[in-house]
Write a protein that binds this ligand. Structure first.
Ligand code: HEM
Length: 245
């Protein structure tokens, strides 16, 4: 009980909450990208995958609630830590902004974080609820009949002949609108910047960063964030260029 109270009330506790929820959210966005990249393969792949996720029913809702709790705790701890640091600095503004040591990504953590939050809300309205672009949403696209079985780790999770949502057409239809596609590309760019600094700082918070491998860590994180950005950029970008249809 004391441990939980200290976690929420102390600065280090809030940093740990921010880092631990950050790990979960990084795991989610990485897995989501791997799933989404199936859009470049046979339509059976992404449509089978989306159908499998939907068929999880109550288990899917448990995962959704867990992710929502992580997002809330992450935003809460970041906001409180930010307000504390503003308070500690006093109301007097800096005469000279001391940004010399801070990277671009670290300077704009708060800004990129809130834009990503706004993007997630738009994204849910777009592909989960269908309020953003009703014409290309689930109810308005014909169903897709699976040509073959869809397997995960060798286990058949969707059988050939099953009628499923045509998730591929929904995604491609959504990104045919250039405004929507460009908005996604900008948002994933900001998300990648957010991850760039966030991933490094969580190693610091957990005490896993030291001088001997600081540079290697930075290089690996930068490489992974660049790959993450390019992977996400590829989907709306290919639709815009007419390479994915
Ligand atoms: C080009 C990039 C992306 C594509 C094509 C994409 C595609 C999709 C699709 C099709 C769904 C709806 C699945 C369904 O209800 O059947 C979805 C849900 C979702 N996406 Fe994305 N997504 C992208 C990027 C992102 C990013 C960057 C984030 C996080 C920052 C994200 C977070 C989510 C969340 C939280 C859901 C809701 C999951 C659920 O309903 O259980 N997506 N995405």
């Amino acid at each position: 009980m004391d441990l939980a109270r200290n976690l929420f009330r102390s600065t280090i506790g809030r940093k740990l909450i921010m880092a631990a929820t950050g790990v979960v959210l990084i795991g989610f966005v990485a897995g989501h990208l791997v799933g989404n990249l199936q859009v470049f393969e046979d339509p059976d792949r992404i449509n089978g995958y989306a159908h499998f996720l939907q068929s999880l029913g109550p288990a899917l809702w448990l995962v959704r609630l867990f992710l929502l709790a992580c997002v809330c705790l992450h935003v809460w701890s970041a906001t409180v830590l930010s307000l504390e640091s503003i308070k500690a600095r006093g109301s007097e503004p800096y005469r000279v902004k001391r940004w010399i040591d801070a990277s671009f990504a670290s300077r704009y953590m708060r800004g990129t974080g809130y834009v990503v939050l706004a993007f997630i809300l738009y994204h849910l309205a777009h592909f989960t609820v269908g309020a953003a672009q009703p014409a290309t949403f689930k109810a308005n696209i014909p169903h897709y009949v699976m040509k073959g079985d869809y397997h995960i780790l060798g286990v058949t999770v969707v059988q050939a002949g099953t009628e499923v949502l045509d998730c591929r057409s929904m995604v491609i239809g959504g990104f045919r609108n250039p405004v929507v596609a460009v908005f996604y590309m900008v948002a994933v760019g900001l998300l990648s910047l957010h991850l760039l600094h966030g991933a490094e700082s969580l190693f610091q918070t957990f005490g896993w960063r030291n001088r001997s491998w600081e540079r290697a860590l930075k290089a690996v994180v930068t490489l992974l964030c660049a790959a993450y950005f390019l992977g996400n950029l590829a989907i709306p970008g290919s639709v815009l260029l007419g390479m994915l249809r």
